[in-house]
Structures are given as structure tokens and as C-alpha cells.
Ligand binder design. Structure first.
Ligand SMILES: [Cu+2]
Length: 156
């Protein structure tokens, strides 16, 4: 093979091997910028329409999320709807729903919702309490690291 032909092949080969990674890199950068545009970690905040109530009363929570789409769970509500099946490790999602707990996330939630407001009936002893909102993926696993917020309530 004439050496100039070999040189042309090598140059063509060199161009090809450069061109493909460049295109891949461009796509990777485009994906990165898209991710950056919609990016950020999910967050949640919550407010209540009252700060004190009698046991058995209903409070309306307004739940605001960022970088998280509120949507219906992908599967039917489990009987207990607890978090006992949570496995170790990171849990991420671009959307899901939230559970509402009274005082602790170690117990079964009072309710769940994927609406911006939710009515919660609080039956509790006299004194200070918290309603805790925690974000869940579509399969009901809570996000890890946890994303949660709470409001303080006094039962009078
Ligand atoms: Cu759930």
C-alpha cells in the first residue's frame, strides 16, 4: 500500500475517531445543560390555616414543592401505607406525592396527597404537636435524603 494512501486512511481514521467523541461530548453537554435548566434538589414547605385547634378538628395544609412534580402514586394504596418496606440507599424522583405525619415519621402517616392543599383531622392530646410533610416517590418510598417540612400546632 502506497504510504500516501495509508496516511490518508490514518488521517480519515483520526478524523472519524475525533468526530464521534466530539458528537458524544456535545450530546452529553446538551444533556447536562438540560439537567441544569430544570435542576436542583426537590424541596417542600408547608403552612397551616391555623396554629391551634381542638382535638378532632381539621386543619388545612398548603404544601409547596420545588423541583418536584406532585402526581398520583403509580400503584394502589397499601393497606397500612407505612414505610416499613423502605430499603437502604438513595431514593430520588422528579415527582411523586407526600405523606402527612403527626409528631413522628416513624409511625404510619395520617394521610397522603398529591394536591397543593390537604385537610387533615388531628386527634391528639392537649399540648404542642407537629404535622410533618415528607415527599415520596411514586412507589411510596420516601426520598432519601429525606425531604420534609413541618408546622407547629397546639391542641387546646
Ligand atoms: Cu405514599
Amino acid at each position: 500500500m502506497p504510504s500516501d494512501a495509508l496516511a490518508r486512511m490514518l488521517r480519515a481514521g483520526a478524523r472519524a475517531t475525533v468526530r464521534i467523541p466530539c458528537r458524544t461530548l456535545t450530546l452529553a453537554l446538551a444533556a447536562l445543560s438540560l439537567a441544569a435548566c430544570g435542576g436542583g434538589d426537590p424541596s417542600v414547605s408547608v403552612t397551616a390555616d391555623k396554629s391551634s385547634l381542638a382535638s378532632g378538628d381539621t386543619v388545612t395544609l398548603t404544601v409547596t414543592v420545588e423541583n418536584f412534580e406532585l402526581r398520583a402514586p403509580a400503584q394502589a394504596l397499601r393497606a397500612a401505607h407505612g414505610d416499613e418496606e423502605q430499603t437502604a440507599g438513595e431514593v430520588t424522583s422528579d415527582g411523586g406525592h407526600y405523606h402527612v405525619y403527626l409528631d413522628s415519621t416513624d409511625v404510619n402517616p395520617l394521610t397522603m396527597a398529591w394536591t397543593p392543599t390537604v385537610n387533615v383531622t388531628v386527634t391528639a392530646s392537649t399540648g404542642p404537636h407537629q404535622l410533618i410533610v415528607r415527599l415520596n416517590a411514586d412507589d411510596h418510598r420516601f426520598l432519601v435524603p429525606e425531604v420534609k417540612a413541618h408546622v407547629d400546632l397546639t391542641v387546646e
